[in-house]
Write a protein of this length. Sequence first.
Length: 155
Amino acid sequence: MSSARTMRLGSAVVASIAMTSIVPTGAGATGHLTPTAAVAGHCAAWNTTNRVKRDVLLRRVFARDGVYNDPTPAYVTGRAALSDEIARVQRKYPGARFHCSPPQVHHSAMRVSWVFSRPDGTVVEHGMDFYQLARDGRISRVTGFFGPPPTVDTH
């Protein structure tokens, strides 16, 4: 995430992004974690500075051998490595928080939009994550993209 790409969070973006700060228990009718609960827990983990509490969240929503990657370049495997990566980002951007949309889901895949902003509302970065879910509903893979999606040339 580049601080050079900092911009002010507009009210339209705020209105379209649901701030996820609580983690629902999230068990669906099958006893599996729901996609909404998985996203809420993942987003909350990125906002939790206490390592023990963050690790509890990650155990609840992230597969033991889950993979997280983004363009920073981060590529980590497993809950402990993801918790370390989260701590690294928190040290780089003290007080900044992620705000995550509800997931768009089909089958075992989903996508989520997010905004990462400082306490004063200045946007550090925004983007979209693509998730793959394990059979129990935990996140098995997250692939993150920063910035807006590419445009389509219709000519």
